[in-house]
Ligand binder design. Structure first.
Ligand code: MEV
Length: 443
């Protein structure tokens, strides 16, 4: 361990960085050094290192696939990067379930993004409001070269608004821009435009002759996009007659299932404690596709949870109704994702994931991601109200324990049969495996 600052860490070579880490924090530096280096990718390491600062290697995460997703009639296999067991199994079983019942019907409602420049100004508010159309024109004029290529692709600035924030914080105003960013998530584009807005604003107030004396003093607080994008939103749904819900394993009675399912969704609408877990299940699906396609899952999560709280109470993002015998289950979720820019084309696996999805536009990706979120939610709630989720979890948990204990194929088979209807614990599995190995196991 060490207790003083390390100067110039970022300037060390990668090997030196790893060396310092292993010598400072580990009991067996050579072994850990070799282990960390064993995860370096022979061909791609310099690309991966280029994404971040102070890279010392890679953090492997499994990439799985959920097949049989029918979305607006098109069938896709979905790449999902996730560490949690049962998520891909649940998505796959839900996609298969809905395949024969019409699949997912998804629609993008809007793709508007928001950016803000906050500034402090002590002056005549009415005068500012009056002159704002002129300021707004100047802001647009000065970003013309920056936005030209986005405009050529059909995007750009939708609107620029002055927001008076002084009732919340004295002397604080906001320039709020609305943007369309086509197939890119847009963070870079929006932030570049906003930083130019800041320069233009300062020039307008300080150097221009519109204001005098104290009113010339404008302080930019910050310029940054908002990750809250309630108007970059997608709707997806599944529906069928309640009689069609019955299947040959967990659902005997479609009507009974539909009503119980609807009650589960109502609970997640009224009870934030349940809603958080419920939405976490939705994000199990959403995040894994967002990660696999090289998008920003923190932005998507932060926005989704803010959206879930938009009424003042945190609620389920998905909704359910039964009308004239038709069961309908849907999700409206804000998703700011892109299929160009960022990591989407530079990360080799993200690029392949997008290829697997037939190189979707951002709009198509929004529909795919939301449908996986809804499928995940359907799978989780279906399990919860029928078999419970532990059954599915336990299978993989058991398999992980057996792999850890280096069980052979035959041993795995015997022990999996034994635990079919029993509670799995590490100690119990270990004890049974020992019995099998010593010939004392008799079923
Ligand atoms: C586990 O990762 C997700 C669930 O808890 C979601 C839910 O409870 O709806 C199963």
């Amino acid at each position: 361990m060490h207790n003083k600052i390390i100067a110039g860490f970022s300037k060390l070579s990668k090997v030196r960085k790893v060396q310092w880490i292993v010598e400072t924090f580990f009991k067996d530096p050579d072994m850990v050094m070799n282990e960390l280096i064993s995860y370096w990718h022979p061909g791609l390491q310099s690309i991966l290192d280029g994404f971040i600062e102070n890279s010392i290697g890679n953090f492997p995460l499994p990439l799985g696939v959920a097949p049989n997703f029918k979305i607006n009639g098109k069938v896709l296999a979905i790449p999902m990067a996730i560490e949690e067991s049962s998520v891909i199994a649940a998505a796959s079983s839900a996609s298969k379930f809905w395949f024969d019942r019409g699949g997912f019907k998804a629609e993008v409602i809007d793709m508007k993004k928001i950016g803000q420049v906050h500034f402090r100004w002590r002056g005549d508010k009415e005068k500012l409001i009056h002159i704002f159309p002129d300021i707004s024109q100047k802001l647009r004029d000065d970003v013309k070269p920056i936005i030209r290529s986005m405009e050529e692709r059909g995007g750009g600035i939708n609107s620029i608004e002055l927001i008076d924030f002084t009732d919340k914080i004295p002397d604080i105003f906001q320039i709020r821009g609305e943007f369309y960013t086509c197939d890119s998530m847009g963070a870079n584009f929006i932030n570049t435009v906003l930083e130019q807005f800041s320069i233009t604003l300062k020039n307008y107030f300080i150097s221009g002759d519109h204001f005098q004396g104290k009113e010339k003093e404008l302080e930019i607080i910050m310029a940054i996009l908002s990750n809250y994008t309630p108007e970059c939103i997608v709707h997806t749904e599944v529906s069928c007659h309640i009689d069609e819900l019955a299947n040959d394993n967990s659902i005997n009675d479609g009507k009974f299932f539909a009503e119980k399912f609807k009650t589960a969704i109502e609970i997640a609408t009224k009870d934030p404690f349940r809603a958080v877990t419920h939405n976490k299940g939705i994000f199990n699906g959403i995040d894994s596709v967002v990660i696999a396609t090289g998008n920003d899952f923190r932005a998507v999560e932060a926005c989704g949870h803010a959206y879930a709280s938009r009424t003042g109470t945190y609620q389920s993002l998905s909704k359910c109704e039964i009308n004239n015998g038709i069961f309908r289950f849907w999700l409206d979720v804000p998703l700011a994702v892109g299929t160009i820019g960022g990591l989407t084309r530079t990360h080799p696996i993200a690029k392949r994931s997008l290829e697997m999805l037939d190189n979707p536009s951002a709009e198509q990706l929004m529909k795919i991601v939301a449908s996986v979120g809804l499928a995940q939610n359907f799978g989780a709630v279906k399990s919860l109200i029928t078999t419970g989720i532990q059954k599915g979890h336990m299978k993989l948990h058991l398999s992980n324990i057996l792999t850890f204990l280096e069980a052979g194929e035959k041993e795995k088979e015997i022990i999996s049969d034994y635990f079919e209807n029993k509670i799995v614990s590490f100690s119990e599995v270990k004890a049974i495996l020992e019995k099998v190995r010593s010939g004392k196991f008799n079923g």
